[in-house]
Design a protein around this ligand. Structure first.
Ligand code: GLU
Length: 317
């Protein structure tokens, strides 16, 4: 089997919370348990939301948890692992898609999009109905005087399927269940879908492990891999962590961010909590990330979201 290359791909828009830590832990365990390597990519595409100061904190927190990487990081190699420094590369591939005749400008406002879109089957995402797909050159020139367009990738009427390492077969008809999607925003910032798929391809990533909120992004990313001529990586999605009241953890939940936890607990305690919460440890006990490697098994991880017990973390330690 060829060498496994996994990745961490954090967005440095805040401190790392326990849910981000769980994704990184499982991505790391999956790669390491196969003797693979791990890269650290900085998903700081949106300059208004991201900062390198947060990224340095995230790196320190990964180190604290015992999760190391073999290449990448904010300060490595002239910042080439930072998406904010890769726009020339994205432009080159964006132009390739344009030459294929698959990209068109979209002038729809947010209100028009809501009015003219059909809601997605399960995740509430809106399906773009192709309003701007057939605009003539004259219409484009006229609309461009009033508004800068976003750029959409035209999707085929075709099913994209893949076998998720955790959730099994996943199928999506791109035109019926997704619609033409934005690959470059009106302000020139490239969209997550384009940047993530392209970087996974260019960085040789063979295995993508991330939260199940991104499961439905995978068909779009696989389609981009196909267009660029890359072999798509394998995808494995993991359940999300929720607070005791069912609310999804977010970067605003300061009580569950790693920095706050690190003031009260040792790394082995936090890794032990995560290992127990995701089923790798039957009983809670402090462990290092390294010690979890031989215990890693997708079959032990639940499929449904993981609800942290009331009073967490005190109850577990
Ligand atoms: N940057 C995303 C995040 O921090 C992860 C994207 C991915 O893994 O593809 O949630």
């Amino acid at each position: 089997m060829s060498q496994v290359i996994g990745r961490f791909a954090p967005t440095p828009s805040g401190r790392m919370h326990l849910g981000n830590a769980l994704s990184c832990l499982i991505a790391w365990l999956s790669a390491r348990s196969q003797g693979g390597s791990v890269i650290l990519r900085v998903e700081d595409l949106d300059p208004e939301r991201s900062s390198w100061a947060y990224m340095r904190d995230i790196e320190a927190e990964l180190h604290w948890l015992g999760l190391n990487w073999d290449a990448g990081g904010v300060d490595a190699d002239g910042h080439q692992w930072c998406q904010s420094r890769r726009s020339e590369i994205y432009t080159e591939y964006f132009e390739r898609l344009r030459e294929m005749g698959l990209v068109y400008p979209c002038f729809c406002s947010r209100a028009q999009l809501h009015a003219a879109s059909a809601p997605h089957r399960s995740d509430g995402r809106f399906i773009y109905q192709g309003t701007c797909r057939g605009l003539s050159e004259e219409e484009i020139a006229k609309k461009s005087k009033v508004r800068l367009p976003a750029w959409r990738l035209q999707v085929p009427d075709r099913e994209v399927s893949f076998c998720d390492l955790h959730y099994g077969e996943y199928i999506e008809n791109l035109s019926e269940e997704c619609g033409d999607f934005i690959i470059r925003r009106a302000d020139g910032v490239y969209a997550y879908q384009l940047a993530a798929a392209l970087d996974d391809g260019l960085m040789g990533v063979t295995e993508v492990v991330r939260g199940s909120d991104l499961l439905s992004s995978s068909p779009r990313q696989i389609w981009l891999h196909e267009l660029f001529g890359f072999a798509p990586p394998r995808y494995g999605h993991i359940p999300l962590l929720t607070a005791a009241d069912g609310r999804r953890l977010s970067k605003r939940d300061g009580d569950l961010d790693i920095e706050t936890l690190s003031r009260r607990y040792r790394p082995e305690e936090v890794v032990g909590m995560l290992g127990h919460a995701c089923g790798l440890l039957e009983e809670y006990r402090p462990v290092t990330a390294e010690e979890l490697i031989p215990l890693f098994d997708w079959g032990k991880i639940p499929k449904e979201d993981i609800c942290l017990p009331d009073g967490f973390p005190e109850r577990l330690v």
